[in-house]
Ligand binder design. Structure first.
Ligand SMILES: C[C@H](O)[C@H](O)[C@H]1CNC2=NC(N)=NC(=O)C2=N1
Length: 140
């Protein structure tokens, strides 16, 4: 499968690829899904916009709770009312079911916190993005 970004997903070892493909499709389908695969196919990323910093931070707090529950963290950044999120698994490297589940969870939480969908789509310049190298803390 290729996405609108032209990348092919590269799943992490031991991922059930049939289930992963099924979960990935609605996240990246043009016209519906808002995520895009990273160029290397190992990550899923998108930008969220909200009306205020307070809403943005509430959204990030809700996402961080899910991260704690699932023991899985994003590569993300925030500037005022914009949050950039990339889901990728560092070990084993690639796109995992957790990344897909958390991407879907982010969509639901963003809707709950009043995501400004038109602003996100119209944003020509994405928010500053975290380094692709990942966090040292999860290198095993
Ligand atoms: C020790 C701990 O289980 C690991 O560092 C976990 C935590 N969160 C993680 N998050 C992500 N995105 N990738 C990982 O490989 C990962 N590993």
């Amino acid at each position: 499968m290729t996405s609108s970004s032209g990348a092919t997903p590269r799943f992490s070892a031991s991922t059930d690829t049939a289930a992963a493909h099924a979960a990935l499709a609605p996240l990246i389908t043009p016209g519906g899904g808002r995520w895009r695969l990273t160029a290397d196919g190992e990550g899923l990323e998108r930008t969220f916009k909200f009306k205020t910093f307070a809403k943005t931070w509430d959204f990030m707090t809700a996402v961080s709770l899910q991260c704690k529950i699932r023991n899985h963290h994003p590569e993300w950044s925030n500037v005022f009312n914009t949050t950039f999120i990339r889901w990728t698994t560092h070990n084993p490297k690639g796109l995992s079911q957790k990344d897909l589940d958390l991407a879907a969870a982010c969509d639901a939480l963003a809707a709950q916190f009043g995501e400004d969908v038109t602003a996100a789509a119209a944003a020509a310049t994405p928010a500053p993005q975290p380094e692709k190298s990942g966090s040292p803390s999860c290198k095993k």
